[in-house]
Design a protein around this ligand. Structure first.
Ligand code: WTA
Length: 649
């Protein structure tokens, strides 16, 4: 019996870089990419020093890298301020009066902040934090809606050397308590509320309840967003606008050690308590800067929009830090993609002439389900580059994104990376690398990615194994906050000195890396190990299907049987034969091995709040008829009851 993961999906469509795009891009040919990649692997210190030299360092590094697995130090001994690099660095040029953020609230209210104005706000809030006693290294928990103040608060923490920990505004009181106590935060920044799907969502009241259980917070800063009545506890709670009104706008950014902690961001393990992923300053700055520069090919005249929330790593690296380090104009949006309907994003792309658009496969599948009319009524001709992140993108969803959103002309960067990696790791370089629907293609500079079998040997082309990174990279995590043991066990215990990402993957004969799914989700059918991504993509390649999830169910003979959950496109009626057709379709695309024994047509799938399918819940459901596992990260708990009823009948 093979212990390695099998791969059966064949994808022959290939899209060479668009010529017009390439001719204007920083990296315009495969040869150029390969040459730079070679240098980045053979002489990482030279490569990264060049990138770092685009930015301001208050004092030089003694060494670019100090590596003693699993601990890396980058730009050792240098002093740097990342907020100064995001803001002050631009104030001596035309960028001073250029929009840094074009913000739109869900209700349609608008604000813009130039680099100069954003700098003023950040300086003022830095002074507020300092005057309230925040010291270097103190942890500040942010629980905010998607408003510019979230970015201001993050940058102000960074500017004074405090460590931010952003908690997504949709998380519960208990999640706030867990995170506050894990990082021992002394300060909180929140808002009275924010808007989501047309409703004002309360935020401060959750913080207040959390602070009844955790008593370590000295000050809580509250932004007025919705105007909802909120009780203010004298001595602890202060209104943002009141303290900002009185604050000085002059602040000189001090340089901190390159390895000074920048933030802690909690990422849910599949079970158990969330891991506080720790990132530090200099390496993270260079990693997010360089990926925006090369992967998004950002230029001064771009209007960039990443639809993530600042509560996720994507919002950290590709809203707050990377784009501002590159001096680009970005759109920031408060609300839901379907408010008032699924045309909202496209109306905004048209209005703000967005040129680079970055979103998640879960959103793309929701747009496909909602129908093309909502897209095609808008002029999307300003777009020049599209990106995705968060999950494997099913090839048919990729094709839809390419044709319907990108008009067939925009390269798509399918960026594979993690909270832990800080920045893009496997991704097309859009002017240089041919794309194929469903693959994140080639490693980014300095990323020594390989696919290993259980014995640590590199897998031959198209054989699935564990994706690993064999060399350190600047934006890598520096640990799990307060839990060295878990850090070593989770990422460094499979192979000596090699970072194990937890995803299964294969490399094709052209060197493209295909993610086949999380290792925890791999199915074992009659001794064959199958990743989830290929079977799901086979289902999504059927005309009637918008989205699919597959899991294994215990089976006496096969070990596991494939069970599929399928969401149909909006206008499809569920013919009696459809279930059989879909099963047959999987057989014809992948083979009889992957044919689902059971297939449920459902209206929704359990997802995390960042849109990832939670297969472990489906797995438990098909095995036991119950769900007892941890559901604190589940977006909509109602989905479970509906699925339970369906599976049990
Ligand atoms: C998955 C998000 C396939 C993967 C930045 C990874 C992807 C996990 C992709 C990290 C992609 C992310 N293709 N899978 N382009 N991007 N993933 O920490 O399983 O929220 O390990 O970081 O998402 O999720 P995280």
């Amino acid at each position: 019996m093979s212990k390695d993961i099998e791969s059966h999906l064949v994808e022959s469509r290939s899209f060479p870089p668009n010529e017009e795009f390439s001719s204007n891009a920083r990296i315009s040919s495969l040869e150029q990419y390969e040459e730079m990649y070679k240098e980045s692997i053979e002489s990482p210190e030279t490569f990264w020093a060049k990138e770092a030299n685009d930015l301001n360092w208050q004092s030089d590094w003694e060494r670019v890298l100090e590596w003693k697995a699993p601990n890396a130090k980058w730009f050792v001994g240098a002093k740097v301020n990342i907020a100064e690099n995001c803001l002050d660095r631009h104030l001596t040029s035309d960028r001073k009066d250029k929009n840094a953020i074009i913000w739109e609230g869900e209700l349609g209210d608008k604000r813009t902040l130039t680099y100069g104005e954003l700098h003023t706000e950040v300086c003022k809030f830095s002074n507020v934090l300092l005057s309230e006693g925040v010291s270097v290294g103190d942890r500040v928990l942010l629980y905010m809606p998607m408003i510019p103040e979230a970015v201001v608060a993050m940058l102000a923490c960074a500017r004074i050397g405090a460590v931010h920990s952003v908690v997504f505004g949709g998380f519960s009181v208990d999640s706030i308590v867990d995170r506050l106590s894990d990082c021992e935060a002394k300060y909180v920044v929140t808002a009275d509320g924010g808007y989501r799907r047309g409703k004002a969502i309360a935020l401060k009241s959750n913080v207040d309840q959390a602070l009844e259980k955790y008593s370590g917070v000295e000050k809580s800063f509250v932004v007025k967003r919705t105007g909802a009545e909120v009780p203010m506890l004298t001595g602890r709670d202060v209104w943002w606008h009141e303290v900002m009104d009185e604050a000085s706008s002059s602040h000189v950014a001090e340089g901190f050690d390159s390895e000074h902690p920048l933030f802690i961001l909690y990422t849910s393990g599949s079970t158990g308590k969330p891991k506080g992923i720790l990132h530090t300053t200099g390496g993270y700055m260079v990693g997010t800067y360089a990926t925006c520069k090369y992967v998004f090919d950002m230029n001064d005249d771009d209007v960039y929009w990443c639809t993530a929330d600042v509560g996720w790593i994507t919002g950290h690296s590709y809203i707050t830090y990377g784009p501002l380090l590159n001096g680009v104009t970005q759109v920031m949006y408060e609300g839901a993609p379907n408010y008032p309907d699924f045309s909202r994003f496209w109306q905004m792309v048209e209005e703000y002439k967005v040129s680079i658009f970055y979103t998640a496969p879960t959103a793309i599948r929701a747009f496909i389900k909602a129908g093309n009319d909502l897209v095609t009524k808008h002029d999307l001709s300003s777009l020049r580059l599209l990106g995705t992140v968060g999950e494997p993108i099913n090839p048919e969803a990729w094709m839809w994104y390419h044709e319907v959103i990108g008009g067939g002309r925009c390269p798509i960067v399918d960026t594979w990376w993690q909270t832990e990696t800080g920045a893009h790791m496997v991704t097309p370089i859009p002017g240089a690398i041919s794309t194929k629907p469903g693959t994140a293609t080639r490693p980014f500079f300095g990323v020594d990615a390989a696919i290993l079998d259980e014995d640590g040997n590199e897998c031959p082309p198209n054989a699935g194994g564990k994706l690993v990174i064999r060399k350190p990279w600047p934006s890598m995590l520096r640990g799990i906050y307060g839990d060295e043991k878990r850090f070593l066990e989770t990422y460094w215990s499979d192979y000596e000195g090699i970072y194990c990402v937890g995803d299964g993957a294969r490399k094709d004969e052209d060197g493209n890396i295909w993610i086949v799914g999380r290792l925890d989700d791999v199915l074992n059918v009659s001794g064959h190990r199958l990743g989830t991504a290929e079977i799901e993509s086979a289902l999504v390649s059927h005309d009637a299907v918008a989205e699919a999830a597959v899991v294994g169910k215990p089976h006496e003979i096969k070990g596991q049987a494939v069970v599929a959950f399928v969401i149909l496109k909006g206008d499809n009626n569920k013919g009696d034969t459809l279930v059989q057709d879909l099963k047959k379709h999987v057989t014809s695309v992948i083979g009889a091995l992957a044919r689902p024994d059971d297939l449920y047509l459902v209206l929704a799938l359990p997802k995390t709040r960042s849109g990832k399918i939670m297969r472990r819940l489906l797995k438990e459901l098909v095995a036991t008829g119950e769900i007892t596992g941890n559901i604190t990260t589940l977006e909509d708990p109602n989905v479970i009851n509906v699925l339970k009823a369906q599976v049990s009948c």
